[in-house]
Design a protein around this ligand. Structure first.
Ligand code: HEC
Length: 147
């Protein structure tokens, strides 16, 4: 009797461990940086346009603001996608510390606030923010006109 309930307990805990590790694997998979067109459309197209070429509706509201053509970043950089610079510009926290106010929102702060609201003060938030920015950088890299 004792033995069968021990065996049962063991089976239950093995199942629980298996469920737990597959959940963990699914979470790890989310850390693969897929390009995210949906995030670009939601957060960026208002200024940059859906095609990233710079004709979002906000550029008609803020006259004189020119967000540039985000499909030309490689071309403007001798054919090499300026990965680190694009990351820094989107994150914006270092940029603002160095240059002060700017027209583009500081996404590093925004995404951090969203993560804090959603998950509370959790140290993984730093990676969640990094992940979201990396997805955008990869998306921009994937839509470059030319190399
Ligand atoms: C409120 C308008 C606005 C929104 C929303 C916006 N941007 Fe920008 N962005 C700008 C402006 C304006 C510039 C030009 C630089 C400046 O004036 O700050 C710019 C510049 C950039 C640059 C640098 C281009 C270059 O030539 O180096 C990148 C990359 C960029 N934005 C990506 C994004 C991404 C990704 C998002 C969405 C997460 C986004 N932007 C959302 C207004 C915006």
């Amino acid at each position: 009797m004792m033995i069968t309930s021990m065996v049962h307990l063991l089976k239950v805990s093995i199942v629980l461990v298996l469920i737990h590790s597959s959940v963990a694997a699914a979470q790890d998979n989310q850390l693969i940086y897929e390009p995210r067109p949906d995030e670009f459309v939601n957060s960026c197209s208002s200024c940059h346009g859906r095609d990233a070429k710079g004709a979002g509706f906000l550029t008609r509201v803020f006259k004189g603001v020119n967000p540039g053509d985000l499909t030309q970043l490689s071309r403007e950089n001798n054919g090499k996608f300026p990965f680190d610079r694009v990351y820094e510009v989107i994150d914006g926290r270092a940029d603002v510390a160095a240059h002060g106010e700017r027209a583009m929102p500081v996404w590093g702060d925004r995404y951090m606030n969203q993560s804090m609201n959603e998950y509370g003060p959790d140290e993984t938030n730093v990676f969640r923010v990094r992940n979201r920015i990396l997805e955008l950088v990869h998306y921009l890299q994937s839509i470059q006109d030319g190399p």
